[in-house]
Each structure stands twice: as C-alpha cells, then as structure tokens.
Design a binder for this molecule. Structure first.
Ligand code: SF4
Length: 248
C-alpha cells in the first residue's frame, strides 16, 4: 500500500480543462465528421494530446484515422503484463503497418506489484484492485505530460457506454471519443475499405479483448463486452470514470 501511494502521489494532476471547455469543444465540433474532428483536435492540441489504445478488437480504426493526419502522435499502450500474446503481436503489426513513430508502452510499477499482487492472482479475487494497479496507475503516469487524450470507445459497446459524448472531462484533461457514435457496421466497413488487419482473436469469438484472465468469448447476440470480467459485477476497468480505487 505504501508503495502504491508513493507512485500515485508523484503524479501531477493539474487541471487544464473545465466543463465549460468541454461544452465549447462539443459545440465547435457538433457538425464535424469524425475525420474533421480528429484533424481539428490534433491541430488545436498539438504537443498536448496523446492517443490511448488497447490494440483490441476495433482499435485499428481510430489509429488509422490518426495516422492519416500525423504518424508521430504519441500512442500510449498499457501492458498490464496480463495481456494475450496475440494482442502484443497485433500491436506491433498494426503500429508497423500504420507507420506510428511514437508508441509508448507503460507497465505497472514493480514495487506496487510486489506489495499488492505478489502472487499475480489479484485478478481472481479483487479485479477492481488489480485494474487499479495494472491499468489505472500506469495510465495516469503515461498521461502526466498531456492535457488531452483520444479514446477509441464507442457508444454501442455496452450498457455503460450508451449516449457516450464526443468530449468529456477526465481529471482536468479533455478526453476525446471520436468514434462515440459509430456502430459495428460502420467499423466493419472502415476495416474493409482500408484493408485493415483484424485482431487475431476476433475469429475465435472474442468481441472485446482485454487481459487474458478476464476476457472470454461471447455468443452471437450477446453484448460485445459481456466476455469481460464474466461472473463479476464489473463492466469497466476504471480508466473511463468508474468509481473505485484509485479511480483504466
Ligand atoms: S482486466 Fe483483469 S488482469 Fe487485467 S488489470 Fe483488470 S483485473 Fe487485472
């Protein structure tokens, strides 16, 4: 616990944006296409914005939109050290294919892991606590140099993501969801149109892909995120505003 607190305390959380700023961005880009929005915010926030990607089932779309504008945008990937090997291979394949030049891989703090997850089994009895030290804290650390970040979330992905706005406030940062109103059909068309590679686990029934111990296949007609933390009353990892210590 001491080690975890030490890591969290040194993360500088200086608010840059407020709710009025978020409303202003939402109004300014209300009628913009997705490509116009991405181009606009990358220009507005040059040097202050990163993309965060899990290199999961549909991550290629947002990364392709970004790379079409600027291949040097920092792309943050948190390796929880519980990832599928297929995800790591897909990450490297996609980054190479899109020509991304600033892929930043962040990992959990080793002192925190030693103190709070020495057996590497915390996911099995306290998934919120596990996400906190393996996802939330590394992402906070990764985002410390930035005022804004782009997320690939979509509104159709599950009950907790309906009515997802394009812009949100996240601990004083601007969080941008360019794909908020995209549906599965539009994503699939984009993959086909741009000949983008699919995550290799999709063909095996994985619709939403996170850490290996907490991801299972879904049946036809099931919520795409139903295979995440199956059997637990948990739908998000915490980086998207779910309340739990320390609040991925
Ligand atoms: S998704 Fe599972 S293994 Fe990954 S950080 Fe969360 S609880 Fe741990």
């Amino acid at each position: 616990m001491v080690e975890a607190a030490r890591v969290l305390d040194v993360i500088d959380l200086v608010p840059t944006f407020n709710s009025d700023d978020v409303a202003g961005y939402a109004a300014r880009y209300a009628d913009a296409s997705t490509a116009e929005l991405v181009a606009g915010v990358l220009a507005d926030l040059e040097g202050r914005v990163a993309a965060v990607s899990s290199f999961g089932a549909e991550s290629a779309v947002l990364l392709h939109l970004i790379a079409a504008i600027d291949k040097a945008i920092p792309v943050v990937f948190v390796n929880t050290q519980k990832m599928f090997g297929e995800t790591l291979a897909y990450r490297d394949e996609l980054a190479e294919r899109l020509g991304l030049t600033d892929l930043r891989v962040h990992r959990p703090d080793p002192f925190t892991l030693a103190a709070r997850d020495a057996t590497s089994l915390r996911w099995s009895f306290d998934p919120d606590g596990c996400c906190a030290i393996r996802k939330v804290e590394p992402l906070r650390r990764a985002l410390a140099p930035f005022d804004a970040w782009l997320s690939g979330r979509k509104g159709f992905q599950g009950a907790t993501r309906t009515a997802l706005p394009r812009f949100e406030l996240d601990e004083g940062r601007l969080k941008i969801n360019p794909l908020a109103d995209w549906d599965k059909g539009r994503l699939d068309n984009y993959f086909a149109q741009h000949d983008l590679p699919r995550h290799p686990l999709e063909r095996h029934g994985f619709a939403s892909i996170g850490c290996m111990p907490c991801t299972s296949t879904v049946s036809p007609g099931e919520d795409p995120r139903a295979g995440r933390w199956r059997g637990w009353d948990k739908t998000e990892c915490g980086i998207h505003g779910e309340a739990h210590d320390p609040a991925f």
